[in-house]
Design a protein around this ligand. Sequence first.
Ligand SMILES: [Zn+2]
Length: 233
Amino acid sequence: MAEGIERVMVVTAHPDDSEFGAGGTVAKLVREGKQVTYCILTNGNKGSGDRTMTPERLAQIREEEQRNAARVLGVEAVDFLGFPDCELEDTRETRLAVTAAIRRHRPDRLIIQNPNRTKLLGASHRDHRVAAGIALDCVYPLARDHMAFPELLEQGLEPHKVREVYMMWWENPELVVDISDTIDLKIKALACHVSQMKDMAAVEKRVRERCAQLGKPKGFAYAETFDTIVMDR
Ligand SMILES: [Zn+2]
C-alpha cells in the first residue's frame, strides 16, 4: 500500500455500514495515529420494523447512534449527506456532495463498499452498490479535476487527489487486515446502533464468526477484508 497515508475517509450508504464492514480497521487506523472521518450518504430512515416509528424520528435516532459509534472508534468527524434511504441514485447532486466531502477532508485513502452485486444480498444492498460507484467516480476524476463541478472551486474547495481506495470485499479479497486487537471496539461500536440491533448477542456472534472466518487463511483471530486500488495518476 501507499506510504504516508495520514487521512482516511470511510464513505458508506447507511449509518452502521462502516462498523459492520470496517469498524476494526477504523479503530486500528486511529490507534496508528491516522485521522479518520466518515461520510454517510443516506439518512437510514427506512430501517425499522416498528410501525409507530416515523422516518423523521428514525433519521435523528440513527444520526445520534452513528455519532456514538464514531466516538467509540475515535473517528474525528461524521458528514451526513442526508439522501433518502433505499432511494440512493447516482446523480449530479449525489456526486457533487461526495466530491465536496472529499475536497473538504482531503483523505489519502477512501474506504468504500463493494460496487458490484454479489450473492451476499445484505452486503450488496442497492444503496451500497450505488454509494460505492459514486465514491469511485468522485475519486477519479471528479475530486481531482479542477474543472469538474466549478461551483466547488468557487466555494474554495480545491481539487484533491485520493491516493488509494479500499473496497469492503468478502469474496476472494486481496487484503486481509488483522483486527484481533480491535474486534472488541468494533462490537462496542456496533452496539451503539441500538435501533438496528434487535438481538445484539446474535449480531456479536455472527460478526465474530464472520471475522474469524475471514482471518483464518492468514492465521489472524479476526479480520476484515478489502480489495484495493492504488491511484497511479
Ligand atoms: Zn447498509
